[in-house]
Design a protein around this ligand. Structure first.
Ligand code: ADP
Ligand code: MG
Length: 309
């Protein structure tokens, strides 16, 4: 009869061996013992599969929970490659994800850490990001669907803001879709630049992505929650027309247009879009953050009238 051993080492020089009659028993006890002393690791719980993407500090892998078969995405983050500010940002992203429980914010399922890696276990987003999702539809979706997506994203932003979290990097690439159907649900991801601030506190770090970043952030003025509303305006504009409002060939031009350029609805597609949609976008893309629409006014805007909130 084969016996399956689990060896327990008691430092400095003692050890015990427990024997089990089946491999399953051995595995079960091995995990249980590791759990009880805080040594359980990712590979005890998940089978790793295909690579889903490349993050800044490591691969993102598809994985399956051994017991429940739930598919998840595991972001591996190699600490050694990170500067201390990046370790700080990664920790902050994890803290923020732990706080957020909302249908339109990516869910943190589990977290493992050893001396070399963080393993961030996330809800698996089968539908890639919103940029790819729109591309697969030739950047041409109905106004109804654009409205539905804008509202869901606005609700995620409202949830975050209510907890004092500014995202600071809302863009099509940071919204992932849970599947690739026409009813897919968008979820906000990548809280690496997020910050927790008080209601009247301001931030001044120049963060974000050109094309989506608010004028006051570009001008290095103290800014607050409304920088996310500017980005939301850029998203709504892109959902309706397939392009960004102030995007140009060069970085310099994009900066200049963001700061001074007039908001135009000049592509032919805008002729087919309602005035209330344009009114909302105009309110979100006010260059002066004090004049920009607040989230309350956004959610109560005429464009969303009659929609389930
Ligand atoms: P980083 O913040 O380091 O750039 P991301 O979180 O953006 O890493 O992830 C990198 C890539 O991995 C994404 O562009 C995407 O293709 C894939 N990915 C990340 N998270 C998920 C997820 N939850 N489900 C599916 N794919 C994901
Ligand atoms: Mg990213």
């Amino acid at each position: 009869m084969t016996l399956w051993p689990v060896k327990i080492v008691l430092p400095p020089n003692k050890s015990r061996v427990l024997y089990f009659s089946t491999k399953e028993e051995q595995q079960r006890w091995s995990i249980r013992l590791k759990e009880s002393v805080g040594y359980a690791n990712l590979f005890d719980y998940y089978n790793l599969g295909d690579t889903l993407g490349q993050g800044q500090f490591g691969l993102v892998k598809l994985a399956q929970h051994k017991k429940t078969s739930l598919q998840v995405a595991i972001k591996t983050v190699k600490k050694k490659d990170m500067k201390s500010i990046e370790v700080f940002q990664q920790r902050r992203e994890i803290e923020v994800l732990k706080m957020c429980q909302h249908p339109n914010i990516i869910k943190l399922i589990d977290l493992f850490e050893n001396s070399d890696y963080y393993y961030i276990v996330l809800e698996y987003m089968q539908g890639k990001d919103l940029f790819d999702y729109l591309k697969a539809r030739d950047f041409n979706i109905s106004e109804d669907r654009a409205r539905d997506l804008t509202l869901q994203i606005a609700q995620a932003v409202q949830y975050m803001h209510q907890y004092g979290i500014v995202h600071r990097d809302i863009k099509l690439e940071n919204i992932m879709m849970n599947n690739s159907t026409d009813l897919a649900v968008p979820k906000l991801v990548d809280f690496g630049l997020a910050k927790i601030i008080g209601p009247s506190e301001k931030a001044d770090e120049p963060f974000g992505t050109l094309g989506y970043v608010a004028p006051e952030v570009l001008k290095k003025e103290p800014y607050s929650f409304s920088c996310d509303l500017w980005s939301l305006g850029c998203i709504a504009y892109a959902l309706l027309s397939g392009s960004l409002p102030f995007d140009c060939e060069t970085q310099e031009e994009t900066i200049k247009m963001t700061l001074q350029g007039p908001l135009e609805f000049d592509l032919p597609v805008w002729d087919t879009i309602s005035d209330v949609a344009k009114d909302l976008i105009t309110g979100l893309l006010m260059k002066d953050p004090a004049k920009r629409l607040t989230l309350d006014r956004v959610l109560n805007h005429q464009w969303f009238k009659g929609m389930k909130k």
